[in-house]
Design a protein around this ligand. Structure first.
Ligand code: ZN
Ligand code: ZN
Ligand code: FE
Length: 760
């Protein structure tokens, strides 16, 4: 033995179990001739190595740099150890605790090695739709409890054949301890049914399913995190039928294509978007349409974008082999209910939509919708964070007490915290029906169980009518902290970026409960994690008809016109006024002036709706934000002009919208194209908010601006405002790990509640 024969102990924290980490360590130790052992522990993976110091250094460097694709390393703690004269390097059985509280990997797409085997006629898993290995396949959606071992997953019903078992037991095999390991002899199978639950043929159900899709049928297809409804995206008749049966009038439908080259035939893909599309997380990526393109106009009407994803399960690859340009792959649900995951439930709920069912017998324990992302201003932005990303935690700046945050009403997610980690759930949906509320409760139980978390504090929105707030109020055993909606938005972004102290927070969205009895949504706050002050907001206007004004933007048009012009607005020469019955306008005017069913709002989302309706974009919408979205897409970028704006100083600053409305009306009367009006409107808002931040900076000395709320899904507003604030030398923070919309708000609620509890 020489002097530089040494020992080291390494502790690796992160997602390092069930991802092939120990075999990877084993092989790395072989490579450098090191002796010792590796084992799973409650905190992650623990390694003892001994050998030449130089070799141990190389081993350590490779450990982080070459980790398996599913591993997610948070940190590696390295300490000198005692040389114990190991004779070889071994993988030890799991150590210690009965309940292993480790991090679980999300479900990810099939890997290249498995894909090659899938398509190789000589391989024993040729065309087997459930092929997987330690580097790929289902995880989160098949786990029922911890520790993550086969008996705790939905694979427990399948006993491995000798060939599969041998792979599973052999440390150097790429299927060593791959819990979902299976083959055609021992694993799950697909079968094809009609919508009366009759089996259609027993041979080649996948090929038959492809034939049926080619013929224009709608298929319910069981996937990784739930059912999809599939149809040939180039077949307008099929897509139209799908929309009618699913009661989904105009909301865009996601599509899936076999490869990038096919996608480039109908959508523009830049380098960053290519990276998002091909990542193992396989989100739906919003891509600009090419015109003309071979996809049916029914897929994403009145929209410049397609939501596109690449295949992520072996079954998807088999379905897409036969030259479809794209398949519509939309959530297997009726309207806004949760997606089906259970075969019986799918037959019950989807038989009126799908002509045929391609199902399988591996249970999905927890549904997880496809994630949706868009590349804006140099970064990936989530519209929905679900499959492929959940349950990767957001790492917080400090350790916090265990909190359960219940989220908001729409696009609900929940969040639980443990030490310095915040776990956001998959997308739960709009808490407006019993099915979604049940899923909400089930997800809370499930996350508490698989993460081994016992919340000591519960956090929710201040809105007393939200089902999520009512659920929180019912949990009387632990303290309940109500968090203001826009404060939670701002703090969700602060938590992502580990910000402490006070910031200028811009929280722009459709609606949120304000403590003063109005509906907030165009808020400039001075906020820290535990408190906030409203320093400015958009001028309040009436929302005649309350919730009806969200579905019918023409109501907001009337409200903004009356706000800007008084009752004289009826004499304006505006096409939109000619399209609404005079009687209706009068009723609305009365409602507003008598304050009947017309709550006041400072929402930027409603301002977008109102301006879009004044411009004649649409008087009614099929989904929230549709008018604003179409208005944004029309913006043509050439103009440098702007509308007038001003703010009024009082107890807090009011940003006046009347001058903007007057400018828009004047432009419409002078026949300025809507594309130019939209561009001017966006430029105006960007300048207004940036200049207002300057005022707040002068008053408060704060230089950090945090952007949050659903309005920041507007790419023109987000990228324009980031640029304008950078030009003024602000430090700007926007969402990259969780959605800017209400899907990210549970993180902010958890962080606020934790900060309040810690008395920060
Ligand atoms: Zn694989
Ligand atoms: Zn087998
Ligand atoms: Fe919101």
């Amino acid at each position: 033995m020489t002097d530089n024969y040494v020992a080291k102990r390494l502790k690796v924290n992160g997602i390092v179990q069930g991802v092939g980490f120990r075999p990877f360590v084993f092989q790395l130790a072989q490579k450098y001739g090191l002796k010792g052992e590796v084992a799973n522990t409650s905190a992650g993976v623990s390694i003892h190595v001994e050998g030449l110091a130089g070799h141990i250094n190389s081993f350590e460097a490779d450990l982080a740099a070459q980790a398996p694709p599913l591993a997610y390393i948070v940190d590696i703690v390295s300490q000198p150890g005692t040389v114990k004269q190991f004779s070889d390097f071994a993988i030890e059985k799991s150590q210690g605790e009965s309940r292993m509280s480790t991090l679980i990997s999300p479900d990810v797409s099939v890997c290249d090695d498995c894909l090659a085997e899938l398509m190789d006629p000589a391989n024993r898993r040729f065309h087997y739709p459930f092929i997987n290995c330690t580097n790929c396949g289902p995880r989160y959606t098949i786990i029922d409890d911890i520790p993550y071992d086969r008996p705790k997953t939905s694979m427990r019903y399948f006993v491995m054949c000798p060939a599969c078992q041998a792979e599973y037991d052999e440390p150097t095999n790429r299927r060593f301890h791959a819990q979902p390991n299976a083959c055609d002899d021992c694993g799950p199978h697909v079968s094809l049914f009609d919508n009366h639950q009759n089996v259609i043929g027993k041979h080649n159900p996948v090929d038959q399913a492809v034939d049926l899709l080619k013929q224009g049928n709608i298929l319910a297809i069981k996937g990784l995190g739930g059912y999809h409804l599939a149809a040939d995206a180039a077949n307008t008749d099929a897509v139209r039928r799908l929309r009618r049966r699913k009661i989904r009038e105009e909301k865009p439908l996601a599509v899936m294509s076999a490869d990038l080259a096919t996608i480039r035939g109908y959508a523009a893909v830049n380098q960053e978007e290519e990276q998002l599309l091909t990542s193992i997380r396989r989100p739906i990526v919003l891509l600009r349409k090419k015109t003309p393109n071979p996809i049916s106009a029914q897929v994403a009407p009145h929209n410049n974008y397609f939501g596109v994803m690449l295949p992520y399960t072996p079954l998807h690859y088999l379905l897409l082999k036969r030259d479809f340009t794209a398949l519509v792959m939309t959530s297997g649900n009726l309207s806004e209910e949760p997606i089906s995951i259970d075969n019986e439930d799918a037959f019950n709920r989807l038989a009126g939509i799908a002509d045929y069912f391609l199902i399988h017998d591996r249970n999905i324990y927890l549904r997880s919708d496809d994630s949706i992302v868009r590349h804006i201003a140099g970064a990936q932005r989530f519209i929905r964070r679900s499959r492929g990303f959940v349950p990767i935690p957001v790492f917080l700046k400090n350790e916090v007490p265990p909190v359960l945050a219940c989220g908001a009403e729409l696009k609900n997610t929940i969040c639980v915290t443990k030490q310095d980690k915040a776990f956001l759930s998959q997308h739960i949906g709009d808490l407006e029906n019993i099915a979604t509320y049940d899923f909400f409760k089930l997800t809370i139980d499930h996350l508490k169980r698989i993460l081994d978390i016992n919340p000591e504090i519960i956090a929710c929105d201040m809105h007393p009518d939200y089902l999520s707030s009512q659920f929180a109020a019912e949990q009387t055993a632990i303290p309940n902290i109500q968090v203001q909606h826009h404060h939670a938005h701002v703090v969700s972004c602060m938590a992502e970026h580990k910000l402490e102290g006070d910031v200028i927070g811009l929280a722009f969205d459709g609606t949120g409960y304000g403590p003063d009895g109005t509906l907030w949504g165009g808020e400039i706050l001075i906020a820290s994690s535990h408190e906030f002050k409203r320093t400015g907001h958009l001028a309040t206007v009436a929302m005649p008809g309350a919730a009806a004004a969200i579905k019918e933007p023409w109501r907001m048009a009337i409200s903004y016109l009356q706000h800007a012009f008084g009752d004289d607005f009826q004499n304006l020469d505006l096409p939109v006024l000619g399209e609404i019955e005079a009687g209706k306008v009068n009723v609305l005017r009365e409602m507003i002036s008598r304050q009947v069913n017309s709550p006041l709002t400072s929402s930027l989302g409603r301002l977008f709706d109102g301006v879009a309706a004044i411009c004649g974009i649409r008087k009614q919408v099929n989904f929230e934000g549709q008018a604003a979205m179409e208005f944004e897409m029309l913006a043509a970028d050439s103009t440098k002009q702007m509308y007038d704006y001003q703010w009024v100083t009082g107890e807090n600053h009011q940003l006046q919208t009347a001058p903007i409305i007057k400018g828009v009306v004047a432009d419409i009367q002078s026949r300025v194209p809507i594309a130019k009006i939209s561009a001017k409107f966006h430029r105006t808002l960007i300048r207004l908010f940036a200049e207002f931040c300057d005022v707040v900076r002068r008053e408060s000395g704060l230089n950090r601006v945090v952007l949050s709320g659903g309005c920041f899904q507007n790419a023109t507003l987000l990228s324009g405002l980031i640029q304008a604030l950078h030009n003024k030398e602000f430090a700007v923070f926007s969402h990259q790990q969780v959605p800017a919309n209400d899907g990210g708000i549970s993180l902010g609620q958890a962080a606020v509640a934790a900060a309040m509890a810690q008395g920060a």
